[in-house]
Design a binder for this molecule. Structure first.
Ligand code: ATP
Length: 249
């Protein structure tokens, strides 16, 4: 089995807080990998280190055989990334933003232009062709972020909460695009809080809590006959509050 992404011993501390406490993860080529975890588990920090946006205190990240930190250009050529809360050049229209991304990646202008038009059409952003990205809705910003990640035809996509704030029609569209992308032999890893999405789409899942991988593998292996939600609650620790504590409410 070959791996599209390998994380080995990743650690990140912020002051006296350890956000990621030694993450090892192998993402097989051609897999659709879901990364689940409660708020503050370290998903964003882990994915940011995996794609070269945040330097780890220890450990390595390798994308299709290229170390993200010692061979960043080769690794980043293979990668499409949609970071959480990405800072986009948002005083541009969607088409201008895509042109900017494509030209920065050294793509021929004609190819950028054609792909940008296709992506804007497919993602239903063409009607907003005079709207600046700063004035997009939250869901539209997710979609233009995905378009930027796809533009150069990467072999692997790393997406931080791609379905958050996206309406059901757009979510179905994004699911279709990603499923086709994986069916062509590419690899996706994305973080999410939504069990149903992960259960429906993914071939593999990892559950992260307190900066550590608690369990990882194929969906069937991790579920072991239970629902993903049951596994999640068991692995992460059930809730103790019931809401009754707020007697004044
Ligand atoms: N730049 C930062 N400075 C200080 N602490 C940080 C920073 N980024 C993240 N943290 C802390 O690291 C921990 C992990 O955060 P992270 O954003 O990776 O979690 P997450 O699993 O993505 O959470 P969520 O599901 O809420 O988005 C949290 O305790 C967070 O407060």
């Amino acid at each position: 089995m070959t791996f599209a992404l390998t994380l080995h011993g990743l650690v990140k501390r912020f002051a006296d807080r350890t956000a990621v406490a030694g993450v090892d993860l192998d993402v097989p080529s051609g897999s659709f990998y879901g990364l689940l975890g409660p708020n503050g588990a370290g998903k964003t920090t882990t994915l940011s280190m995996a794609v070269g946006l945040l330097r780890p205190d220890a450990g390595t990240a390798t994308v299709l055989g290229h170390d993200v930190w010692s061979d960043p250009l080769a690794a980043k050529r293979m990668l499409g990334v949609m970071p959480d809360g990405a800072r986009l050049f948002d005083r541009l229209t969607g088409a201008e933003l895509l042109a900017c991304h494509g030209l920065l990646r050294g793509m021929p202008a004609a190819v950028v232009d054609q792909r940008a038009r296709e992506l804007l059409d497919v993602l239903a952003l063409s009607d907003a062709d005079r709207t600046l990205v700063v004035d997009y809705s939250a869901g539209m910003k997710k979609k233009i972020g995905l378009a930027c990640a796809l533009l150069h035809g990467p072999r692997m996509l790393v997406l931080d909460e791609p379905f958050e704030a996206v309406d059901p029609v757009s979510a179905a569209l994004i699911r279709d695009i990603l499923q086709r992308y994986v069916a062509s032999g590419n690899t996706v890893i994305f973080s999410s809080h939504v069990m149903e999405v992960v259960e429906r789409l993914c071939t593999h899942v990892a559950i992260l809590a307190q900066g550590r991988i608690m369990t990882a593998g194929t969906i069937a292996d991790v579920r072991a006959g239970q629902s993903l939600e049951e596994v999640f609650v068991r692995v992460v620790g059930g809730r103790t509050a019931t809401g009754q504590e707020l007697a004044w409410l």
